[in-house]
Ligand binder design. Structure first.
Ligand SMILES: CC(C)(COP(=O)(O)OP(=O)(O)OC[C@H]1O[C@@H](n2cnc3c(N)ncnc32)[C@H](O)[C@@H]1OP(=O)(O)O)[C@@H](O)C(=O)NCCC(=O)NCCS
Length: 127
């Protein structure tokens, strides 16, 4: 698992309970997974296809710093699957874990398009 992004929790990221708003976190995760996919599939034409069960394990509060991690799971013909973990940077306490996020390579008509990569290609990439 590589932790790519860090976020400082600010007032605009809070819910009515004054803890991190789940929607804000999901937006960051979707964006991070999208960038991860673009680097792995070497294309910016990718879309979110599927996000498995989302387990909010603990919360975060204003002033906390969180880090978002992604781990490669598998690739198919047009898709890539990754795992996600978000944790508190300082306490290392897990905030959310998602077993399966699937992104799909699409063509100009937004139809699924083979990415033409093998698992060896993906593993060779450092980013
Ligand atoms: C992505 C999209 C083009 C795929 O179209 P599709 O007709 O489902 O295409 P396919 O059936 O060929 O599936 C494409 C890939 O997704 C995978 N897939 C489809 N449904 C899936 C599901 N429920 N869970 C996991 N993977 C799934 C398929 O296994 C396939 O992967 P592979 O080629 O690597 O084996 C289409 O579903 C779409 O446009 N979705 C909206 C995407 C979007 O707008 N995302 C932003 C969120 S608002």
């Amino acid at each position: 698992m590589k932790f790519y992004s860090r976020k400082l929790i600010k007032p605009e990221n809070l819910n009515a309970n004054n803890t991190l708003f789940g929607g804000a976190l999901l937006r960051w995760i979707d964006e991070e997974a999208g960038i991860y996919t673009m680097t792995k599939l070497r294309s910016q034409k990718v879309v979110t296809k599927y996000i498995s069960e989302i387990n909010f394990i603990s919360s975060a509060k204003q002033g906390d710093v969180i880090e978002i991690g992604m781990q490669f799971v598998s690739i198919g013909r047009t898709s890539i699957t990754m795992r996600c973990l978000v944790r508190n940077l300082f306490t290392q306490k897990t905030i959310i874990s998602i077993d399966k996020i699937v992104f799909v390579r699409v063509d100009e008509d937004e139809k699924a398009k083979p990415h033409g990569l093998t698992i060896e290609d993906i593993k060779r990439m450092s980013k």
